[in-house]
Write a protein that binds this ligand. Structure first.
Ligand code: ZN
Length: 453
């Protein structure tokens, strides 16, 4: 149900505001400006960081810096201004259901004050920003209602003001808004893995000499999937200072290091930096690697007024959610693609095939087995939710042939859990128990199935 609803929403999202495209403007490169910009410090495993978060390894220099942003105006006309250290090219367009405006930029180093965009003004409810792929950044505005981009432009530095990206939103009625969406101008929104990899390869040029190919690595592959990233911050605490995407990235990298220590398994991360990865691409990574196990790492939150909950929960895939909280959570996590502005129009329809069905059933058995082993390990070291094993329709768990679980480490909305989530000591203990569970599960599996899954 949730996925069908999402599909409909995202079909709507695929529509493009042609009027907005007309407003797109390109600004010539500014040659003479040498930014007084220090390269970010070497990449470190983040425990948690503010919005100016984790620099991508490639972000050494030359990326334009956005250092301040503000909104002005009222509910009929609202202006957004982004201060930059150099002019950039951009593309802006609107999406319906929910009403949003997307601004695609080349990779930008966002160094905006903490909490910027959490609350809006006028026609803008809120906005968020981040990498959507290597080489590409995005700003996504949630609108209060239908609005058009009346003007959008980049100003060169002048009169003591830095270069600025300016968007002017104007209130319109829904009919006008919908009429302005031109289906034939559907944007290419989907940062495919192949494209992203190609972009990384280009960014790395000149290419480093390739190591001589050794024997193929036959070790079982564990895919670790730190949830959210880039433009999708996930849940937040401390007025936007603490973001799920950063917490779980730090956790996932620590888990990778722990698992790799034994040398028995190869670990593949769905992301190692603050990049947005569509849910379907996370599943694709697991399938392309013929992974023996897929572990997605998240942190949950209850909104004010929804009560309090605490502890870690382990989720497996199911058509039917175990309870309403599991259903709410799956809906929230499945919104990631909509938050990132991804069109799912090209998602293949699911093949109903007896063979796939059989594989799926077997995979489900293994997923459940791993979930139970994981709970057994975690409950000796980590505070668990009062119902720690649940299931619901999480898109990211839908690989038919890869046992998959999603771990919610705790609630950033709970004071005790939040203290744990930002504690290195807690992280080490939890990483240890998950690594132990993975080893127990795979050792048993390999003993019965033989090597190579
Ligand atoms: Zn999440």
């Amino acid at each position: 149900m949730a996925s069908r609803a999402n599909h409909l929403i995202l079909l709507g999202c695929g529509l493009l505001c042609a009027a907005a495209l007309l407003c797109t403007r390109m600004v010539g490169p500014s040659v003479a400006q040498a930014p007084a910009y220090q390269a970010p410090p070497a990449y470190q495993t983040p425990l948690y960081q503010g919005p100016a978060a984790i620099p991508s390894p490639a972000a050494v220099s030359n990326f334009p810096i956005a250092f301040d942003a503000r909104l002005a105006g009222d509910a009929r006309q609202t202006r957004f201004i982004l201060d930059l250290d150099k002019p950039v090219q951009f593309r802006a367009f609107a999406l319906a259901d929910p009403y949003r405006v997307i601004v695609d930029l080349p990779q930008v180093s966002f160094q905006l004050p903490a909490g910027v965009g959490v609350t809006g003004r006028g026609l803008v409810k809120a906005y968020r920003y981040g990498l959507v792929m290597p080489g590409g950044s995005r700003i996504v505005f949630d609108l209060m209602g239908p609005a058009k981009i009346a003007k959008s432009y980049v100003l060169e530095a002048a009169n003591g003001q830095p270069p600025r990206l300016v968007l002017e939103f104007e209130e319109v009625d829904r009919t006008t808004f919908v009429q302005s969406l031109a289906p034939e101008n559907r944007p290419e929104l989907r940062p495919a893995i192949a494209e992203a990899n190609a972009a990384v390869a280009r960014a790395d040029a000149p290419a480093a000499p390739q190591p001589a190919p050794g024997p193929p690595d036959k070790r079982p592959v564990v895919v670790i999937d730190p949830g959210h990233g880039g433009v999708d911050n996930g849940t937040q605490a401390g007025g936007g200072d603490i973001m799920e995407k950063n917490l779980v990235l730090g956790f996932g990298l620590a888990l990778r290091d722990r698992i790799e220590k034994s040398g028995k398994y190869r670990v593949v991360m769905t992301r190692t930096d603050d990049t947005f990865i569509p849910l379907g691409d996370r599943v694709k990574i697991a399938r392309n690697e013929s992974a023996a196990l897929f572990v997605s790492i998240h942190a949950d939150a209850l909104r004010r007024g929804e009560g309090d909950a605490q502890g870690a929960t382990i989720y497996t895939l199911s058509d039917k959610a175990t309870d309403s909280e599991a259903e709410r959570l799956a809906d929230t996590e499945n919104k990631s693609d909509a938050i990132g502005g991804v069109s799912l129009a090209d998602e293949p329809t699911e093949v109903a095939d007896i063979l796939i069905d059989l594989v799926q059933r077997e995979t489900k058995t293994f997923s459940n087995r791993f979930a139970r082993i994981l709970m057994g390990e975690m409950k000796t070291t980590v505070r668990m939710h009062k119902h720690p094993l649940k299931s619901a329709g999480f898109r990211v768990l839908k690989a038919p042939d890869v046992p998959s679980v999603l771990v919610e480490l705790g609630y950033v909305s709970n004071k005790g859990d939040l203290e744990h989530l930002v504690s290195e000591n807690w992280r080490n203990r939890t990483v240890g128990s998950i690594a132990q569970a993975i080893d127990t599960f795979l050792a048993k599996r390999l003993a019965t199935a033989g090597p190579g899954k």
